[in-house]
Design a protein around this ligand. Structure first.
Ligand code: CTP
Length: 398
């Protein structure tokens, strides 16, 4: 996601500077070029050597030394984003008031790129009207604030003031600045997870789907600029990005209704949910008590969401289904594509180790309506999702 992006990482004096080591590492891992600027006092918390080693760039700290001058104007212009994390109370106050007594402040004042700050301080400092006033000033300058988190503070107290976690900072930057535009203005619907079909108030018929694949697809679509809604069955997954919408459902019927309502506005629909094919014919209103005889459950068919959307699909809508087969896999999957009028079928393998329900990795092959099979290697569900979304982009441009 961050490949080739240029990030200026400003470090000010706070114990939370140790977390910025992970921020720098993750940014580099995701392909960004990172230059670190430290305030003189921040070096008491973390050595510049850590950042120069991780970023493979010299850490900058002084405006001028005996024989050189750091070009703060060009640094501010070089960056796609300037991230100051941690932002101490002192540096915040100087930024709010236009003070310029170190390189970090000089770059901030001359930067032309968006500036994002992640404050870190004790709760009482954070709540002080002077601090809040300074935060408001930064907002009025157009800077973006990553909210502090609640938790244990360096003082030993518990409260607001912790710097956001490195993972949340990276997600925030990605969501706000680095979504690409391939699917901009496209609306996408993804179904994810199992469905639970009630037998009585306490029991249900369900399956082992975790929803991981569907959530990974939603993330991948969103990162390419799409407006994404997940219609989820009962899952434990947490969406990565604020902007992804989730409609929570439990049964196949609820999932069907939610999808049909969304369908007319959708450009891309991916049916990754493991929807129950059958549900109990009757739902007992009270808990079924055991007795000496057998219990026979009569099951009736649920409505097929993929087939229904396939029947209603317009030419400008792209529909992707999943298939889980145990025999004649490719033949059955290609029949499914035709019968359900899909544009693509993703065939899940149950035979490969580390693939399928609950795993973070998957192994799939993709069959398209132009009668081609695309084999994908075992990879993380996110990598597979990225590949599927690339195919969708190619197909929607074809
Ligand atoms: N699907 C659906 N609604 C259903 C059942 C399945 O939308 N009521 C979708 C799944 O989300 C998946 C595709 O249909 O995208 C294939 O599901 P699968 O269970 O493999 O196929 P079935 O058509 O149910 O056929 P079978 O179980 O006989 O293989």
């Amino acid at each position: 996601m961050l490949k080739g992006k240029k990030i200026l990482l400003g470090i000010s004096a706070s114990i939370a500077a140790y977390k910025s080591i992970l921020v720098a590492r993750q940014l580099v891992k995701e392909g960004a070029e990172v230059k670190v600027i430290m305030t003189p006092a921040s070096k008491d918390f973390v050595s510049p050597l850590v950042f120069s080693t991780l970023t493979k760039n010299k850490v900058l700290s002084q405006i001028a030394s005996e024989d050189s001058w750091a070009n703060h104007v060009m640094l501010g212009r070089w960056a796609d984003v300037m991230l100051i994390a941690p932002l101490s109370c002192n540096t915040l106050s100087k930024m709010a008031n236009g003070q310029c007594d170190n390189l970090l402040l000089a770059v901030y004042l001359s930067s032309t790129c968006p500036v994002v700050v992640a404050p870190a301080m004790d709760e009482d400092m954070w709540r002080h009207p002077a601090t809040q006033n300074n935060i408001s000033l930064l907002k009025s300058f157009g800077n973006t604030i990553i909210d502090v988190e609640k938790g244990e503070l360096a003082s030993g107290l518990f409260g607001d003031g912790r710097m956001a976690e490195p993972g949340s900072i990276i997600t925030f930057l990605t969501e706000k600045f680095f979504r690409t535009k391939e699917l901009k203005n496209k609306k996408a619907l993804v179904t994810a997870g199992p469905t639970y079909e009630p037998i009585d108030p306490v029991r249900f018929v369900g399956n082992h789907s975790s929803g991981k694949m569907g959530f990974a697809l939603a993330e991948a679509l969103y990162e390419k600029g799409a407006d994404v809604t997940i219609v989820a069955g009962p899952v434990q997954q947490i969406k990565k990005y604020e902007g992804i919408k989730i409609i929570q459902t439990n049964t196949a019927e609820e999932m069907y209704n939610a999808c049909l309502q969304l369908h007319p506005d959708m450009d891309i629909e991916i049916m990754a949910a493991a929807v129950a094919d059958y549900k109990p014919a009757d739902i007992a209103s009270e808990k079924i008590k055991k007795n000496d005889s057998e219990l026979l459950l009569k099951l009736i068919k649920t409505k097929d969401i993929l087939a229904t959307l396939g029947a209603k699909k317009k030419n400008n809508q792209l529909l992707v289904g999943f298939a889980l087969e145990t025999n004649n896999e490719k033949k059955n999957a290609s029949i499914k594509l035709k019968n359900k009028n899909a544009d693509m079928i993703v065939l899940n393998s149950l035979k490969d180790k580390n693939a399928g329900f609950g795993f973070d990795t998957n192994k799939v092959s993709v069959y398209t309506s132009d009668d081609t099979w695309i084999e994908m290697e075992l990879a993380t569900k996110k990598e597979i999702a990225n590949r599927i979304v690339e195919l969708i982009i190619e197909k929607s441009h074809a």
